[in-house]
Design a protein around this ligand. Structure first.
Ligand SMILES: Nc1nc2c(c(=O)[nH]1)N[C@@H](CN(C=O)c1ccc(C(=O)N[C@@H](CCC(=O)O)C(=O)O)cc1)CN2
Length: 286
């Protein structure tokens, strides 16, 4: 059976580091690192994530400001709020929960956040910095995946990695971080041919495709490490169950190490968000 990479436990460690850094910033510089979270609409999953972010921020001693906007909010109103937060010296990090309602332009919203406060790492300047090997604020989910991978592979150099999925939030920044760690990286996507055999040759598979239990044991080389980014709700005998993009039952019998869902990558995303907020706060001291 594969070694389980426990995201909950690792995330608690990250949050302890965050709490120490918050204490230091308060004591030495008299600032309270503060995260502003913006939620537009009533998407139930987004409401849970936002609640958890605010809860964890408070537990770590950080400040948090929640802005809940109506689903009908206009682009101008949202832009005006972000402009206000950009100019508020007491706000160090800004996060707009995604996805946004379809009438809003996500790219425009992301680009309107000041890059120094972009704790999601989605602003084009931060994306460019990561792509050119000068990362500043790194997207939280891939950052969390790297921490998890380092538990099993302190040196990632030369590893063959397949990232399944090419989203801006996970697939692309994940590939950039792995490349920076000297891995040989393949990004597989819906048009990729022989995706199964590509995965079967990989030392590490990162699944971020958004399809429930898409990857099964036949795709995995014995002993490989599997990082499952997917969070999919499925119906099992009338009950809602959360599963990843990986068929955990079968893959755990073949892999050397695997992340569970829930309790894997998800909690790390929130830990890294708060880590980014303390980093942003420290940089804004200068
Ligand atoms: N602005 C952003 N929007 C979104 C991001 C993001 O990084 N920035 N990522 C996802 C959602 N997300 C954070 O926002 C997120 C998803 C899941 C979890 C998590 O801890 N999941 C738990 C299960 C939770 C449950 O029971 O439903 C787990 O995996 O154990 C945290 C954060 C999209 N939007």
């Amino acid at each position: 059976m594969a070694q389980l990479i426990d995201g909950k436990q690792l995330s608690d460690q990250v949050l302890q580091e965050v709490a120490s850094e918050v204490e230091l910033l308060k004591g030495k510089y008299d600032i309270v690192p503060t995260l502003a979270v913006v939620l537009v609409g009533e998407d139930p999953a987004s409401q849970v994530y936002v609640r958890n972010k605010v809860k964890r921020a408070t537990e770590a001693g950080m400040g948090s400001i929640e802005h809940r906007l109506d689903a009908e909010t206009s682009q101008n109103t949202l832009n005006a709020l972000i402009d206000h937060l950009n100019n508020d010296p007491e706000v160090h990090g800004i996060l707009v929960q995604l996805p946004l309602p379809s009438h809003l332009n996500e790219d425009e919203v992301i680009a309107s956040i000041h890059p120094a406060k972009d704790v999601d790492g989605f602003h084009p300047l931060n994306v460019g910095a990561l792509a050119s090997g000068r990362p500043s604020l790194v997207p939280c989910t891939p950052q969390g995946c790297m921490i998890m991978l380092r538990q099993v592979h302190p040196d990632l150099s030369g590893k063959n990695v397949v990232v399944v999925g090419r989203s801006n939030i996970v697939g692309k920044p994940m590939a950039a971080l792995l490349l920076q760690a000297n891995c040989t990286v393949t990004i597989a996507h819906s048009r990729t041919r022989n995706i199964e055999s590509l995965c079967r040759n990989a030392d590490i598979v990162v699944a971020a495709v958004g399809r429930a239990e898409f990857i099964n044991a036949d795709w995995i080389k014995p002993g490989a490490t599997v990082i499952d980014v997917g969070i999919n709700a499925i119906d099992v005998n009338g009950k809602r169950k959360l599963v990843g993009d990986v068929d955990f039952e079968s893959v755990a019998r073949v892999a050397g190490a695997i992340t569970p869902v829930p309790g894997g990558v998800g909690p790390m995303t929130i830990g890294c968000l708060l880590l980014n907020t303390t980093r942003a706060a420290r940089r804004q001291l200068a």
